[in-house]
Ligand binder design. Structure first.
Ligand SMILES: *[C@@H]1O[C@H](CO)[C@@H](O)[C@H](O)[C@H]1NC(C)=O
Ligand SMILES: *[C@@H]1O[C@H](CO)[C@@H](O)[C@H](O)[C@H]1NC(C)=O
Length: 609
């Protein structure tokens, strides 16, 4: 007892003597860090005006009108990604793309080294082993691979739960949390920290319902919701690491959109589903927009109540295996926040039946619907894409435009159920005049259909990987398992626009930002002055992409407070206002871009808390 009392007195003294001054110093360090004018002498300080009182809330997206005729460019950056990239996400801090597929095939292109410990026992009855790596980190600069499984000092480390058709998202600290999968992985939650030597941590009973083909979305407080999945007409919140959920919450929408074919006798003879990997977007009002098949609702995650039902989106089915694409259109960080959702392509509701049973591939859908999810009684607005697309990926670009790519023109998701790969990416400019929104860009030559993925990179290029329409790794077939990795340069990387490209000076810009507070970004530019009306600061949340769905993808267009030109010759200071809340931008890591006249800088990682 006595020792304890002494210990605690000592602890208190220690805290007072050592920790308080440390806090004081770090408080000052923070002050210096924030105040960048200490970093550069400021020759123009006499002319510098103070930032205006109110942020520019009317800031419409300053959309690009690139008329240079440059339609983008493809480059092959790797012949072998080691595993076929079924799931992909750019990880902050280490700046590498995590790619992983499934353990079910017990194969990849990376054998694990022989070791005295057995690899994963894939089948407990036969004792069959899986001695292959299924997850890698892909270096976006060098295209080098790092296997995430292998021998670690004492033991051999390998994924134990099947990640096939799982979901993913990033924590506030930039670590990956992946939910669900197949078989023994269906109720699993896995963690992968972004450190050079980190392993997967797996909890196979974390979720109450099996989550195969479910969608994971980050909430305003940084937690996650997981929605739907095969046979799971429900949702649940991911519990703290190591804990397990007892019960999921029933979601009638998932049941009501589960398509089946019935014969004249009323008996079900074929299950279409069309409700897997539902599109879920966090609205800036804190509600969740959930779209399944052709219906959608707004769910309040605080009360678990459905607060709005939207009209059906006509034209066909949009979710797996009818696999369309969806994005939350860029959010303007104004006080009265509004948000719009885009849904494009997909397949007729019974296409999967014809693809699966007769290998007859019906044309994919060619239309897009947009809906204002923050309005009381909104309606879908319909537009036509230049070509039909199923299993496509849609990436939000740093400029606020969107890029549609990958996928096929006929058929549906699943093994060998599609034909006519759609090689042509399409730029979608939501703020352009109605008939000028779509633009076809340069075609690739590599089919990217089922199980392909796409990732927006800090330099504004889009990394494209995967495609495996085979039940296993097969190379001697019409559409082989794809291991090549490409990068696509969108129109804004036109070499003739290079002059406009701002260059963020990372050392003298704010990288830790707070809700609603001002942040300052310094850029170097070849332009003499940056006209404030042509400057945009955007923040992109890295998307977890699989099966044509990009979970947690969002772009926030910040309120611009001021642009102070030539704080140092050729160096300009941009003052913006950080997103106002976790509903606008959930806490975590973002790629921050400065866009000038439609040309984005290379991004800088920022963390908002
Ligand atoms: C939505 O899909 C269901 C089948 O799941 C269908 O009965 C209904 O007619 C569709 N609605 C529209 C507007 O197409
Ligand atoms: C883009 O520029 C072209 C050529 O100047 C013009 O015809 C077109 O209307 C412009 N589009 C938009 C959306 O501003």
């Amino acid at each position: 007892m006595q020792t304890k009392a002494i210990d605690s007195t000592m602890a208190r003294t220690f805290r007072a003597v050592y920790i308080l001054p440390l806090l004081f110093i770090s408080g000052h360090a923070h002050f210096f860090f924030q105040n960048h004018f200490f970093k550069f002498p400021d020759p123009f300080s006499r002319f510098r005006h103070e930032p205006r009182g109110s942020a520019d809330e009317s800031s419409e997206s300053k959309n690009t009108n690139i008329t240079s005729g440059y339609n983008g460019e493809w480059e092959l950056v790797s012949e072998n990604s080691g595993v076929s990239s079924m799931h992909a996400i750019l990880l902050p801090k280490i700046n590498k793309v995590l790619m992983y597929d499934a353990t079910i095939w017990k194969i990849s292109k990376i054998p694990l080294p022989p070791h005295k410990m057995p690899c994963r026992i894939a089948d407990h009855t036969t004792g069959e082993l899986d001695c292959w790596c299924h997850s890698v980190l892909f270096d976006i600069e060098t295209s080098k691979l790092k296997a995430l499984e292998g021998i670690h000092i004492q033991y051999i480390f390998i994924l134990q739960t099947d990640t096939w058709c799982s979901s993913g998202g990033l924590t506030v600290d930039g670590n990956l949390v992946s939910a669900g999968g197949n078989g023994g992985g269906a109720n699993a939650v896995r963690y992968l920290s972004t450190c050079p030597t980190c392993d997967w941590r797996e909890y196979s009973t974390a979720l109450a319902d099996p989550r195969w083909y479910s969608t994971q979305v980050t909430l305003p407080d940084g937690g996650f919701i997981v929605v739907g999945g095969r046979g799971a007409f429900s949702y649940e919140y991911i519990p703290p690491e190591g804990q397990s959920n007892k019960k999921a919450l029933f979601l009638p929408l998932m049941q009501n959109t589960h398509d089946q074919l019935r014969g004249v006798d009323g008996q079900i003879f074929f299950t279409l589903e069309n409700n897997l990997y539902p599109f879920v977007h966090l609205s800036p009002d804190g509600n969740l927009f959930i779209f399944s098949n052709n219906r959608s609702i707004l769910l309040d995650p605080a009360s678990n109540k459905v607060v709005r039902e939207f009209p059906d989106l006509p034209g066909g089915s949009r979710n797996y295996p009818a696999s369309g694409m969806s994005a939350l259109l860029p959010i303007k960080n104004a006080k009265a926040v509004s948000a719009e959702v885009l849904i494009c392509g997909g397949a007729k509701w019974d296409s999967f039946y014809f693809a699966e049973t007769q290998k007859q591939f019906l044309p994919a859908l060619q239309d897009c619907g947009t809906i204002k999810i923050t309005e009381q009684n909104p309606n879908w607005k319909i537009e036509q894409m230049p070509s039909p697309r199923v299993m496509g990926d849609i990436m939000i670009l740093p400029t606020g435009d969107l890029l549609m790519l990958n996928g096929a023109k006929t058929g549906t998701s699943a093994w060998n159920d599609a034909e006519d790969p759609n090689f042509v990416p399409v730029l979608y400019r939501p703020n352009a005049a109605e008939h000028e929104r779509f633009k076809e860009l340069a075609a690739t030559t590599i089919p990217r259909m089922y199980h392909s993925s796409a990732v927006l990179l800090p330099d504004g290029k889009v990394l494209v990987a995967g495609s495996n329409t085979n039940d296993g790794y097969e190379f001697d077939v019409k559409y082989p398992t794809e291991l090549r990795v490409e990068k696509f340069s969108p129109s804004y990387l036109d070499p003739s626009l290079a002059q406009l490209r701002p260059h963020i000076i990372v050392e003298s810009s704010d990288k830790l930002i707070n809700y609603g507070k001002r942040l300052s970004v310094r850029v170097r530019s070849k332009e003499m002055i940056l006209n404030k009306d042509e400057v945009e600061v955007t923040m992109y949340a890295p998307a977890f992409t699989t099966h044509g769905i990009s979970m947690n993808q969002r772009l926030i267009i910040l309120n611009l407070v001021d642009v102070i030109n030539n704080v140092w010759p050729g160096v300009h200071s941009i003052i913006a206002e950080a997103p106002l809340s976790g509903a606008v931008a959930p806490p975590g890591y973002y790629l921050l871009y400065v866009v000038y006249k439609g040309v984005p800088s290379v991004a800088m990682w920022v963390q908002i808390k």
